[in-house]
Design a protein around this ligand. Structure first.
Ligand code: AMP
Ligand code: GLY
Length: 424
């Protein structure tokens, strides 16, 4: 059995490592992969948006299953390209991936499905959006570019001035075509969580929720980033809340996609806000979350590869995922300047003798003559596991201290709130 992972980050390293441990003993391939992935897979230097070359590579190498990490190829239609060539791929069609590719599409789908979410209006003209803000008195509001912007297209605007500025910037081309339409929505208050399910378009197999940390600095200060850390499971979430997320948010969304002729297959990621009046959907993503995947997969007791194959064969009914009792905490090590800029070429030491129970996933590294160097913003993801969050966290941070490179920075408060809850 041959498995190809598409992507090059810490998420894909975690995916590749987890898939490689399958009892099906797959031969692993990755495009383009990274230094960490190259330890366990044959890597080929094809960019994730070169769908034709990826398809040809999979066909030429008789790949049995392709697993896609990032959203761009899915939104671009990689699944159809593979299916048309008779190749198996784990991921949604282009039509279903619009749930991440267009916020207007996602919000309208939620409205039709009756999914609880922030109230909203969509605009494709600046004047109409500004007129709406003028008549609106309840701030903050959230202004979102319609298309995929790697998280940069969302502004939580505390005042009308700020909201107007975000609207003007979007229509002036700040996000290119992605900002030619916008959503203005109610600002929700509560706690955020990420919930993933594997689905064949009808049945779902839920993963346990994870918490991610998007802001650059401790105490949730500073700019948004691609993610500075995560932990799982989330102790603060009541089982009834989790059940409501599955029944009231995820199931109706999957049902609605099937109804409109865009059945969803693959992994669906719901970003939810747990508010005083229950959970509400913030957004959907058509792929695994980064860095949530890095704390979910090490806790998986079931065979991920078998689940993915089952999803492709409409064979999820009656299955359940087995979870290890361990907890997991991920701390992202970033390079100097991240997220405004990043630095590259700094030597990394301390990657030898990583203790048991700790996983180090590569996100942006390079290897030259047997030495590791930084190669971008988020460099390494250090995951500690253990029977309690306290132990998992202690292991993660001990490894963080063991690894060195010039300009290394990280948040020191990942999963801190979870420890407090664990003590209660
Ligand atoms: P999104 O890409 O839609 O998930 O937005 C990115 C981040 O912006 C989310 O993770 C939230 O922290 C924040 N956000 C988005 N929509 C809202 C909302 N309606 N109310 C409050 N915060 C939001
Ligand atoms: N962790 C946020 C995301 O993957 O979009």
């Amino acid at each position: 059995m041959k498995v190809l992972v598409v992507g090059s980050g810490g998420r894909e390293h975690a995916l590749a490592e987890t898939l490689a441990t399958s009892p099906l003993e797959p031969e692993m391939y990755a495009a383009p992969g990274n230094v960490g992935i190259s330890r366990i897979a044959e890597t080929v230097d094809i960019p994730v948006d070169d769908l034709v070359s990826l398809r040809d590579y999979a066909a030429d190498n008789e790949i049995d299953l392709t697993v896609v990490g990032p959203e761009a190829p899915l939104i671009g239609g990689i699944s159809e390209a593979f299916w048309e060539a008779g190749l198996k791929i784990f991921g949604p069609s282009r039509a279903a991936a619009r749930i991440e590719g267009s916020k207007v599409f996602a919000k309208e789908l939620m409205r039709h499905a009756g999914v609880p979410t922030a109230s909203f209006e969509a605009f494709d003209r600046e004047a109409a959006a500004l007129a709406y803000l003028h008549a609106h008195s309840d701030y903050p509001v959230v202004v979102k570019a319609d298309g995929a912007t790697a998280g940069k297209g969302v502004t939580v605007a505390g005042s009308r001035d700020e909201a107007e500025e975000a609207v003007r910037a979007s229509f002036a081309g700040k996000f290119g075509a992605a900002g030619e339409r916008i959503v203005i929505e109610e600002c929700l208050e509560g706690r955020e969580a990420s919930v993933f399910v594997v689905t064949d378009g009808q049945d779902i197999l839920p993963f346990l929720p994870a918490q991610d940390y998007k802001r650059a600095y401790d105490g949730d200060e500073g700019p948004n980033t691609g993610g500075m850390g995560s932990y799982s499971p989330i102790m603060w979430m009541e089982p009834a809340t989790y059940a409501a997320i599955l029944e009231d948010i995820i199931r109706p969304t999957i049902h609605q996609l099937a109804l409109i002729g865009a059945p969803y297959t693959g992994l669906l990621y719901a970003g939810v806000m747990v508010t005083e009046t229950g959970p509400k959907a913030l957004e959907f993503n058509c792929r695994f979350g980064d860095p949530e995947t890095q704390v979910i997969l090490p806790r998986l007791g079931s065979d991920l590869l078998e689940l993915m194959i089952a999803a492709g064969n409409d064979d999820l009914a009656g299955r359940e995922i087995v979870w290890s009792a361990d907890k997991a905490v991920c701390v992202v090590l970033a390079s100097e300047g991240y997220p405004e800029s990043s630095s590259s070429g700094d030597g990394i030491s301390g990657l030898e003798n990583i203790p048991a129970g700790v996983y180090v996933y590569h996100a942006a590294t390079e290897e030259r003559e047997g030495r590791f160097y930084t190669a971008g913003g988020r460099v390494l993801n250090v995951v500690g596991t253990g029977p309690t969050i306290i132990e998992a966290r202690a292991r993660a941070y001990a490894a963080v201290e063991q690894i060195h490179f010039e300009g290394k920075h990280y948040r020191t408060d990942i999963a801190l709130e979870a420890i407090e809850l664990e003590e209660i």
